[in-house]
Every structure is written in C-alpha cells, then in structure tokens.
Design a protein around this ligand. Structure first.
Ligand code: UDP
Ligand code: MN
Length: 332
C-alpha cells in the first residue's frame, strides 16, 4: 500500500531529544508555522496569479503581526499526491524538518484572513492534535461531505499527526486508488457529487469510520469563523465596519473568509469567475484596510485598488503611536 515515507514510530521521543539539545527553542508560546501554496505552473490567466499574490500578501501580514512563520510551497512533493492532496506529504515533511514547530497550520490559497487582530486561542487546544472548523452533528448524524472544511486546519507536530497523515493519505494516490475511493466517498457521504477522492471527504470518511481511534484528539471548532464561507460574508463587510471592529470574533467579524467553489486559477468553479474576483477584491481590501490604518491610509471603498489619506501628517509621528498600534491583540 502507498505510504508517505519511511514508517516513523517514535517521533515524540525524537522530537523531545531535539528540544532538549536545543534549549533555545523551548519557550512558553507554541511555535507555529503557517503553510500555504499553489500549483507549480502559472494560472491559466494572469488575473488568477494576481489574486494569488494578494492572498499571500494577506497571509504574510497576518503572520507578521502574530509572530507566525510562513511557508509558501509550489513543489509537488510526491508525484501521485497531486492537486490539493499535496498538502499531506508537504505537512509531513515540514513536521520532520522543523521539530521546533509545535503546530503546522494549513491554509488554502483561496482563504483570506479578514480579521488581522484576532488571535487563535491555542490554549484551548491543549490535549488536541487537530483543530478544524466543523460540526459534530453534521459529521456523525448526517455524514455530510461538508461537515468540516479541510481548507484551513491546525495539526500538532507529533506522532499522532504522522499516523493520521498516513491513514488519511490512502485515498490520495492519483489513478485507480483515487478514482475507486471517490466512488466509496460518494456512496457514503451525504451531498457528495460523483468525482475522484478529495482530501476533505477522505478526512471526513476516516473520522466517521474510525471514530474511536481518532476523534478524541480532534477539536471541531465552530465558535468563530475559522473558515467562513464567502457567500454569506462578503456583502456584509461594510455593515461590520459600521457596527463593530476587528478582533471581536464570532458573527460580528469573520476571522477567515474562504472562497470555496471559486477557482480563480483555472476559471472553472461553482461560481462565475467575475463574482469570485470581485468579492476577493472586497475581502482583500477589507483586511488590508486594517493594515493600512497604521500608516494613515484607507481604500477608497472595498472595490477600489486606490487608497486615500485618513490622517493629517505630523512632524511628531511618535506621539500617538499607541492609538494606531495595529499589533495590539485580542484574546478570547
Ligand atoms: N494547492 C497547491 N498545489 C497544487 C494545487 C493546490 O498547493 O498543485 C493548494 C492551494 O493552496 C489550494 C489548495 O491546495 O487552495 C486546495 O486545492 P483545491 O484544488 O481544493 O483548490 P481550491 O478550491 O482551494 O482553490
Ligand atoms: Mn479552498
């Protein structure tokens, strides 16, 4: 059967030795690495690449504010794990090459941070090894193929996660394995159209069929928008700005807006390319306004690429820095 690499059985022990030998890495705050990426070749249209650039700019800003390391990958780590499946061998490799990292945080290229101040409540996830946005009833009662979203998740750097990746990878190898698995997934999961196995359905299927083995370490987070479906959010950005402020979490301000069903690189998605691009522009500006405020700038509306000045320049710029300090964080 297919494996992601040589079987590792004592990763926790190996990692612990490394951390003891490198005491510089032990710190109170867990080290976090955000990983995202895109295909090795250009998008079919240049506008697709432009939005990939906006998407990575948005992630760099968030990570800089919150001291998170960031990795952008364009390589196909394993020929058979093509497309979205590349994240499995990639995350495994990053865990093994970066034993100093406590969490690996995967984020799709079509997901944007829309709350630049929000801090992930890592302290809540002690005792858990995977954190993913989802709903237990949709998962176990409905067996829905959208019970959770695999476009944004946290995986702890530990043996459990390596084992999970191995089990999860079985439906991934392209060709017969992936096609055959696709049939099983469509038969088993509610609402799933017929197509080859995707990583999200495979994860759902694994958690349902081997619930006792895996679920006690999986945290299904739904108390804030770990990943918010863009369709219900993008038209409300002005309303959020009017009524609330960033950093509030829950339904008052989406942490992440995810453009599920949009394929801006190929143009073939569930929504029109025009609508996807227009609303990505809005999500990007909504987030970038939060960055530009520190510099006294603001977009001339969420659909405009142009900015305007919102403060009068002063000869004593350091006097009011506390008022505009974007990096002040909000805990929940
Ligand atoms: N991805 C990648 N390399 C590829 C194809 C996809 O890194 O060759 C990443 C990319 O970040 C994308 C994610 O995998 O957002 C999920 O892939 P999917 O095909 O589901 O695309 P999406 O619908 O998220 O655009
Ligand atoms: Mn996506």
């Amino acid at each position: 059967a297919y494996t992601l690499g040589p079987k590792i059985t004592n990763w926790d022990g190996q990692r612990q030795v490394f951390l003891q030998q490198n005491p510089g890495f032990s710190s109170k705050n867990p080290r976090i690495m955000l990983v995202t990426g895109s295909r090795p070749t250009p998008c079919d249209s240049t506008i697709g690449d432009h939005y990939l650039l906006k998407s990575i700019k948005n992630k760099i800003d968030y990570c800089r504010l919150h001291s998170i390391e960031i990795v952008y990958n364009m390589a196909l780590f394993d020929e058979v794990m093509s497309g979205a499946w590349v994240k499995l061998p990639l995350i495994r490799k990053l865990m093994l090459s970066h034993p100093e990292m406590e969490w690996i945080w995967w984020m799709d290229s079509d997901a944007f941070f829309t709350d630049m101040l929000f801090e992930v409540p890592f302290h809540r996830y002690e005792g858990y090894n995977m954190v993913v946005h989802g709903y237990p009833n949709l998962l176990f009662d409905e067996k829905s193929w959208i019970a959770l979203n695999a476009g944004v998740f946290l995986l702890r750097n530990c043996q459990w996660s390596l084992d999970l990746l191995d089990a999860w990878a079985r439906m991934g190898p392209r060709g017969w394995d992936r096609d055959e698995a696709g049939r099983i997934l469509t038969e088993s999961l509610k609402g799933r159209p017929a197509f080859e196995a995707d990583d999200q359905s495979a994860l759902i299927y694994l958690l349902i069929s081997r619930r006792d083995e895996w679920m006690d370490r999986v945290f299904l987070e739904n108390s804030y928008y770990r990943h918010g479906h863009w369709v219900g959010l993008v038209d409300r950005y002005e309303e959020y700005e009017r009524k609330f402020r960033a950093g509030l979490r829950d339904e008052r301000w989406p942490f992440i807006t995810h453009f599920i069903g949009c394929k801006v690189c190929t143009g073939y998605g569930d929504y029109t390319l025009e609508s996807c691009l227009r609303n990505m522009e809005r999500a990007f500006n909504f987030a970038d306004d939060q960055m530009l405020e520190k510099y006294g700038l603001r977009y001339r509306g969420l659909s405009s690429p142009n900015v305007k000045r919102i403060r009068i320049e002063t000869s004593r710029p350091l006097e009011h820095t506390d008022k505009f300090n974007v990096s002040q964080t909000v805990y929940i």
